[in-house]
Ligand binder design. Sequence first.
Ligand code: MN
Length: 474
Amino acid sequence: MTDIQDYKFWFVTGSQFLYGPEVLKQVEEDSKKIIEKLNESGNLPYPIEFKTVGVTAENITETMKEANYDDSIAGVITWAHTFSPAKNWIRGTQLLNKPLLHLATQMLNDIPYDTIDFDYMNLNQSAHGDREYAFINARLRVNNKIIFGHWSDEAVQVQIGNWMDVAVAYEESFKIKVVTFADKMRNVAVTDGDKIEAQIKFGWTVDYWGVGDLVEYVNAVDGTKIDDLYVKLQDQYEFVAGQNEPEKYEHNVKYQLREYLGIKAFLTDKGYSAFTTNFEDLVGLEQLPGLAAQLLMADGFGFAGEGDWKTAALTRLLKIVSHNQATAFMEDYTLDLRQGHEAILGSHMLEVDPTIASDKPRVEVHPLGIGGKEDPARLVFSGRTGDAVDVTISDFGDEFKLISYDVTGNKPEAETPYLPVAKQLWTPKAGLKAGAEGWLTVGGGHHTTLSFSVDSEQLTDLANLFGVTYVDIK
Ligand code: MN
């Protein structure tokens, strides 16, 4: 349930009949040329298709209605090549319920001083045509995306591509189904919330299933599939038995593979793309899913621990935005407060997503002093360096807030021989002190999604689409 369908985007160019049929023909040809170049650029994750030149309220309204019920369309891109009286756009824009990008561009990237005349001006009125069009979107409070610049500029193309990823994630968000195996951790506040409101705002379905239903799937996994996977994974990961007897190591790793295949079969059969576990309720399971959860995150499933369905769904959502690149469930673990070293060490009991690994993960088996179960197998690795965002959603009763800050990711300064889990270090770009004070003041939780592939502009766009408050801590 982690595949994304083939989406495309429609391009609708604003114009009017005032300048005659020749100009309209040119508007269409120019639009198609721009689209062709954009599609060839390699900077767009999804294709653009020319739809129509919007010249009347009737044809614009029909186009938007069509976009609404065509499931292959993830959004509409508009541009005013000539002047395009914006009253013509009111009804269609009101009816459109998909992401809208206003690409404020111009056919040429310069002013042709030697040849410019009134025919040129009639055809190329984007400078004021885009203002007329943008006004009505602002008046309608559409919260559409605006990207300004020449269409051939690579930075503009990348910005369009980033917006496309957000638009697709928005469409896909209404299909995200989260299963919580057991409920959330007892007495914990920040990971709780209003599931009905989450479905209204974000489209997420959140279902509870008893662990017993999962245990049936886990116990039913064919042993030969586990044996095959045990061999196959040795190409990808380093198997380190360490202090364990070889038989125990193999048994405990294979049990995690049984959990992986069992959970995956459960999720796939029932259409879930995200899940949570809770160490307080593992009746019938030998181990807390560690390696199992990590392999599922690598497959693109959303996950969070302790029944935190908000972060599980958020992680799935941002994995869609990022094409499952370097996007991980995370928890603030411990702090380095020394001057010059200021950082947060992030990790979890076991379940850190290997898409952020910078070295070859090791499969290790160690005791876990919580949950009262067998020693769980887990992937151990170091996180990576680079620019990232750390993101969470908190429920304040009357609203959800999407909260984040920009961070710099780093590898831990040293090994932690007595904490055998995967780890990631990061420092808020605002500084640890200002960043942490901002985070604590707004009420952001300890479970987050850390992504090296999503930026704060995309988070702004997501929050606008969902109509929720975005707090970007600077
Ligand atoms: Mn946790």
